[in-house]
Design a protein around this ligand. Structure first.
Ligand SMILES: *Cc1c(COP(=O)(O)O)cnc(C)c1O
Length: 400
């Protein structure tokens, strides 16, 4: 150790000795890792020993999170990325080349849609969007140069359920990679690898981390060669995640199972409750009897639902404004999967770029809301919705 005469300089100070171990994963913010000798570094790079070198390539906190997600998804060699979109980008940009064709679900997450509509075509990768509820439409969209199909199991915000098994068969028959973004459903409800997916993606930002204080993503491939290509692409393009973000995400994930079970149970109750309220035109929840994809949801999600409920209020924007104003304690914020219930209004946020006609065709009027149910007391939460819907309807009366 090198010191000045006051004893203050510089690295490294030895860690205090302890015969006992920390219970919590230590945070390891070190960007670099020192080796003993060039031979030792050789051993590490050649895989004879295991160790870290530079944190863009890997660090303990990322490995801990990746291992946990791998266990949950039944994967090996998954990679933690700096955001969900970094994971989507790694799969699309890291595995496709100019001349390839990619098929995407027509209700993908907004930024994924943008990649499909703008960025892949700019790189000479053509794209087709299809209804993932219709495996035959996916089959019809396959071309000789099709490389990949990207779908979400449950769509945002209309909560339609993809024909995952049908599309997996189409992908298998055509020798095309099936990529499943499992953010909404989570491995608690479905493990896409068990249904024939080749690649699974998460925005860990949402339910898995669960506290809206960290952005993180995950991508895993079934085939080790593809996993290695994803890893190299993520390291090269700097898509990998910071130690502190991984540390926070791990902390959030410790309670994920409990949060998922609680929030999806409350969401199912909220959906049934909303359906009884005057002024609620329709309710969308995958396992409700009136949902168009109910049978598929029950079969695919094994009795689980999701923590999301969508519904449509009578009346236009003014009613929507009155509703969010009256929905006391609920954040009107464009995210999901938080410990607190959040409301999203697609017409003014996620889907604002679409024309009113296009939104109407997708079933998203000015009265359309998506709810991400949190951990509040279920009875108290239902009461907030009762009041807010009633006030929204009263505002309509007041306006004449
Ligand atoms: C939020 C989200 C993403 C993007 O994740 P970020 O962590 O925000 O980058 C991708 N897919 C789905 C389904 C999402 O909800």
């Amino acid at each position: 150790m090198i010191r000045n005469e006051k004893g203050s300089l510089v690295r490294p100070d030895p860690l205090p000795q302890s015969a006992s171990r920390p219970v919590v994963t230590p945070l390891s913010p070190s960007v670099v890792y020192a080796s003993d000798t060039p031979d030792a570094l050789d051993d590490q790079y050649e895989g004879r020993t295991k160790g870290f070198t530079y944190s863009r390539e890997g660090h303990p906190n990322a490995e801990v999170v990746a291992a946990r997600l791998d266990r949950m998804e039944g994967a090996t060699g998954g990679i933690v990325t700096g955001s969900g979109m970094a994971a989507v980008s790694a799969a699309l940009l890291g595995l496709c080349k100019t001349g390839d064709h990619v098929i995407g679900g027509n209700q993908l997450y907004g930024r994924s849609l943008r990649l499909m509509a703008e960025d892949l075509p700019r790189l000479g990768i053509s794209t087709t969007l299809v209804d993932p509820g219709d495996a035959e439409a996916v089959r019809a969209a396959i071309r000789p140069e099709t490389r990949m199909i990207l779908i979400e199991v449950v769509s945002n915000p209309t909560l339609r359920v993809a024909d995952l098994d049908g599309i997996a068969k189409v992908a298998r028959d055509a020798g095309v990679l099936l990529v499943v973004d499992n953010t909404f459903t989570t491995p608690r409800a479905i493990r896409p690898f068990d249904h024939g997916a080749d690649i699974v993606i998460h925005s860990v930002t949402k339910l898995l981390a669960g506290h809206s204080d960290v952005m993180l993503g995950y991508v895993a491939a079934r085939d080790p060669d593809l996993a290695q290509r994803l890893y190299v692409f993520a390291v090269t393009t700097g898509l990998t995640a910071s130690p502190f973000d991984c540390w926070l995400a791990e902390r959030g994930m410790l309670s994920f199972d409990l949060r998922f079970d609680r929030t999806q149970a409350t969401a199912a109750r909220l959906a049934d409750h909303l359906a009884t309220l005057p002024g609620v035109r329709r309710v969308l929840y995958p396992t409700r009897a009136d949902h168009p994809d109910r049978d598929r949801a029950v079969a695919l999600l094994g009795g689980q639902g999701c923590n999301m409920v969508s519904f449509e209020l009578d009346g236009g924007r003014a009613c929507a404004n009155a509703f969010t104003r009256a929905a006391e304690g609920l954040s009107f914020a464009p995210t999901l999967g938080d410990v607190g219930t959040t409301l999203s209004h697609p017409a003014s946020s996620s889907h604002r770029a679409l024309s009113a006609e296009r939104r109407a065709a997708l079933g998203m009027s000015e009265g359309f809301f998506r709810v991400s149910v949190g951990l509040e007391d279920p009875d108290a939460l239902l009461a907030v919705f009762t009041t807010a819907v009633a006030e929204a309807m009263a505002s309509r009366g007041a306006a004449g």
